[in-house]
Design a protein around this ligand. Structure first.
Ligand SMILES: C[S@@+](CC[C@H](N)C(=O)[O-])C[C@H]1O[C@@H](n2cnc3c(N)ncnc32)[C@H](O)[C@@H]1O
Length: 226
């Protein structure tokens, strides 16, 4: 960690930091000081892309979570330098945040950009985007919320597409299914740049949390059930 990152953590954490301790439920309106939409970004790395997105959409709050403390210091510095009041930085495991600290329908979006690819087969179970993760995320995302993933690891991209497509709580925004073009609001990320230098192909996925219809009133049905 650089001295600047350590200094930012010490000075700015009390104002813009969130300890993910699993001990309490967070009121996001209170955390951000307004009722604007809140998007959760899991694994922001050094935070450059996060800061760019926050600057481009000041009316969208970004709850940016990572376990990597130098990156947290870096993002706090960027937020201070650019006066980005719509960022809060979480330290800890995003699963604990989702499971223990966020309420049902709390989030208006989820961004997961270049999650650790875990290329070895015996490590695939460590990948973040799995059916169980989507079960949890679905409960914290309001209907209509956008889930945006990107990866430069093609086998992981295929896995993401498979599990998101199969999940009943999400639908692909792409009419024909499949991957999406990178939307204008997502900047190139640091990790993505490293992948592109190695000749990797980047895939974006844009899915929506589905609003499940109210179950039909069975009493309306004819006696034959037709
Ligand atoms: C490969 S890096 C990508 C960083 C950034 N999104 C980019 O594209 O440059 C993945 C990041 O996810 C973070 N991460 C992995 N698992 C996490 C978890 N369960 N909760 C929060 N962050 C996590 C890692 O610390 C790392 O910074």
């Amino acid at each position: 960690m650089t001295a600047g990152q350590a200094d930012a953590l010490q000075r700015l954490w009390p104002t813009w930091g969130l300890d993910i301790d699993g001990q309490r439920t967070i009121d996001l309106g209170e955390l951000f000081g307004n009722d604007n939409h809140v998007v959760l970004e899991i694994g922001f790395g050094m935070g450059e892309a996060t800061a760019q997105m926050a600057a481009a959409a000041p009316d969208t709050n970004i709850l940016a979570v990572d376990v990597h403390t130098p990156g947290q210091g870096n993002l706090l510095n960027l937020a201070e330098q650019q006066k980005l009041s719509n960022i809060r930085v979480g330290n800890g495991d995003a699963i604990i945040l989702l499971r223990e600290m966020l309420t049902r329908d709390a989030l208006d979006g989820l961004r997961v950009y270049f999650p650790d690819p875990w290329p070895k087969k015996r490590h695939h179970k460590r990948r973040l985007i799995q059916p169980e993760f989507l079960d949890l995320a679905a409960t914290r995302l309001r209907p209509g919320a956008l889930v945006h993933c990107a990866t430069d690891w093609e086998p992981y991209a295929e896995q993401m597409l498979d599990v998101l497509t199969a999940h009943p709580d999400f639908e692909n925004t792409q009419a024909g299914g499949g991957f999406a073009a990178r939307p204008d609001f997502r900047p190139l990320t640091r990790f993505e740049g490293q992948g592109l230098e190695k000749g990797h192909v980047v895939n974006d996925l844009l899915f929506r949390r589905v609003q499940h219809g109210v179950r039909p009133d069975r009493s309306d049905q004819s006696p034959t059930g037709t």
